[in-house]
Ligand binder design. Structure first.
Ligand code: PLP
Length: 364
């Protein structure tokens, strides 16, 4: 079956970097092959560098971003633990659901969708929670939150709370300093700004989190003790846990190599420039941006659908006539906003101009 080539400008997946696609096509290695283990180590080093962390336990998990979320809560939540979740979109909602399944006493701090996380309100929710969780880049609304401000405020207050952050749409698209921001646990996904196909969840866990981890989480597949024994090795060498998806790891490694070569600052600047042009062009067309000004993501722009326009019909025409995918909204905004991603390989001015031209034509 042949499939049509698409320009993926929705909330993810985005078109991969050519280097990532080439990485997939390299000769397949076994998951215990010394060459693969060396490549895996380099991938983990590259993730540490991009994330701005020294955490020894940093690895790509075998699953999508949601597996990162699952792993984060499964290894840290004990029955009855207070977990404060900053909810400002769909993925904060999902965090509440996942934490609750591991027995957390979840305290939600609800924000209006389209607004960033309010640090003071999160701090006021509970004096000493076991965990505070927040989404860095809310893909459902196109909003970025100041994780550094949250992390520093939490650590100033006490040493007892772990900070858990969703970086699915931020890693690879903007500067990240996890250690300086005092983040203990973070996860991402490969299909957005990292410029790889969906399938892996980069993950990192601090020494502080390791000391407090749940020893035998109820889900065997995400047990960091077992996963760590494979990724980090031990006195008896690397212990088999599950068959690592070696082709996907090679692809991620190639994309991280590409980002390293271009320079993470240059990559972030490329995302900013493309996002700024898109926002400018949408505004020139008379469209209204959804996310609060000053807190808008460059890699994912949310824009209101004009009142007399059928959101689904526009997206369908963009796909059929231009091979171009953009996203609908989700939850309460399913029909009233579009989400346009310029991520990874697509974070370019030509992609911004292309989606603006196509949208202009369809809205004529
Ligand atoms: N968190 C955020 C912020 C996301 O954007 C997504 C996916 O869009 C996820 C979590 C879930 O990731 P996945 O769909 O790869 O499981």
């Amino acid at each position: 079956m042949s499939v049509t080539e698409r320009i993926l400008l929705g909330p993810g997946p985005s078109n991969p970097y050519p280097e990532a696609t080439l990485g997939l096509a390299a000769p397949l290695l076994g998951h215990l092959d010394p060459e693969f283990l060396a490549l895996l180590e380099r991938t983990c080093d590259r993730l540490r560098s991009l994330w701005g962390t020294e955490n020894p336990l940093t690895l790509p998990l075998s699953g999508t971003g949601s597996l990162g979320m699952e792993t984060a809560f499964a290894n840290t939540v004990r029955d009855g633990d207070v977990v404060v979740v900053a909810v400002n979109g769909l993925f904060g909602e999902r965090m509440c659901e996942v934490a609750g399944r591991y027995g957390a006493h979840v305290i939600r701090v609800d924000h209006e969708w389209g607004r960033p996380v309010d640090v003071e309100r999160v701090l006021a929710a509970h004096p000493s929670p076991a965990i505070v969780a927040a989404v860095h880049a809310e893909t459902s609304t196109g909003v970025v939150s100041d994780i550094g401000a949250l992390g520093r405020a939490l650590r100033e207050r006490s040493d007892g709370t772990l900070l858990l952050v969703d970086c699915v749409t931020s890693l690879g698209g903007m500067p990240m300093e996890l250690d300086a921001w005092r983040v203990d646990i973070a996860y991402s996904g490969t299909q957005k700004c990292l410029g790889v196909a969906p399938g892996l969840a980069p993950f990192t866990f601090s020494e502080r989190a390791w000391e407090r981890r749940v020893q035998s989480p109820p889900v065997w597949y995400v047990d960091l003790g077992l996963l760590g024994a494979y990724v980090r090795g031990g006195p008896g060498g690397r212990a088999y846990h599950h068959t690592a998806p070696t082709a996907m790891v090679a692809s991620l490694d190639a994309a991280l190599g590409r980002i390293e070569e271009e320079g993470p600052e240059a990559v972030a600047a490329r995302h900013e420039e493309a996002g700024a042009r898109l926002r400018e062009g949408l505004t020139e067309m008379g469209l209204e941006l959804f996310a609060e000004e000053g807190h808008r993501l460059s890699q994912l722009t949310s824009v209101r659908v004009p009142e007399d326009v059928d959101s689904g019909k526009v997206r369908e025409r963009l796909l059929r006539e231009f091979g171009l995918e953009i996203g609908a909204g989700v939850g309460p905004y399913a029909a009233s906003i579009w989400r346009i991603g310029l991520m990874g390989h697509n974070a370019r001015l030509d992609r911004a101009e292309l989606v603006l031209a196509a949208l202009r034509r369809v809205l004529e």
